[in-house]
Design a binder for this molecule. Sequence first.
Ligand SMILES: Cc1ncc(C[n+]2csc(CCOP(=O)(O)OP(=O)(O)O)c2C)c(N)n1
Ligand code: SF4
Length: 306
Amino acid sequence: MVKLAELVEIEEKQGYVGIKKGNLACSGCGLNLALRHALAALENHAVLVVPACCTSVIQGFGVGYGINAPVFNCAFAAAPAVATGIANMYKRTDPDVQVVVWAGDGGTADIGMASLSGAAERDEDIIYVMYNNEAYQNTGVQKSGATPPGAKTTTSSGEYRPRKSVARIMMAHGVKYVATASSFYPQDLYDKMRRAWKDHKGHFRFIEIWSPCPPGWNVDPIDIPEMSKMAVQTGYWPLFEAIDGKIYLSKQSKRFRDPANRKPIEEFLKPQGRFKSIDESHKQALMKDIERYWDWIERFLAEEEK
Ligand SMILES: Cc1ncc(C[n+]2csc(CCOP(=O)(O)OP(=O)(O)O)c2C)c(N)n1
Ligand code: SF4
């Protein structure tokens, strides 16, 4: 794993090739950090395809304002299809380019699902990153398919339905490389982007990055790092890679395979206003969703991991 000091040096040396200081992201935005580390991992080879989302705000008012990499904005539902065309063009003109779709959970789990499914099925040479801030944040915190049970949004008052896990949906498509990451585990995120880029080039690759949103989740930015640790340590957000359908738990999540080692879920919920009035029945629904995630992991865990 890349050392933290090395990662800092890489990003400083690149002079923020990707994301620029003083852009339009809110303070403590997970998506902004995730994009910075992901672009550092891809050096200067990324061409981004971005549907409508907070990233299209962060990119700012003109070329090179917030993101110092080529960005192609497209209609909400079309990103994987647009990226397919661009990737095929670069295959002929500049094969070193890596086309990356960078989209939110609304644009992925809901609105972009059909074209995502098509690109995954065709095994297009694209890295698809879904940064998961668990709602449509840009337009005022509407519920998405990835919103967890019990979380309040402006269009829901804490529901019972499980999170739609696009990582698992992609595994079911037979995608070569699928991973989960967190914007507050930068080294793990960086390494996964590198492996997706270097080791599995030529295939469709999917990475779901859990990305806290302080205003949308009603959390003080100061609490975000600790809360992000709790997301992993309560088992809420398992970190793993799935290569050819076999799951390899990331170092930070191995210990939490055993439910006895997991921290109480309250440690994760406490700082978040969106869970402020969660009742027992919603908490049970959330716990059931977490168990469901881990059941899937157990089912596809690589032999050598057992
Ligand atoms: C077809 C279409 N419907 C709705 C919108 C309005 N819209 C712009 S951004 C956005 C929210 C995107 O949510 P998500 O993909 O989760 O990304 P986030 O805002 O959380 O970064 C919506 C609904 C749009 N631009 N196009
Ligand atoms: S609303 Fe949330 S996801 Fe969007 S820029 Fe602000 S913190 Fe980031």
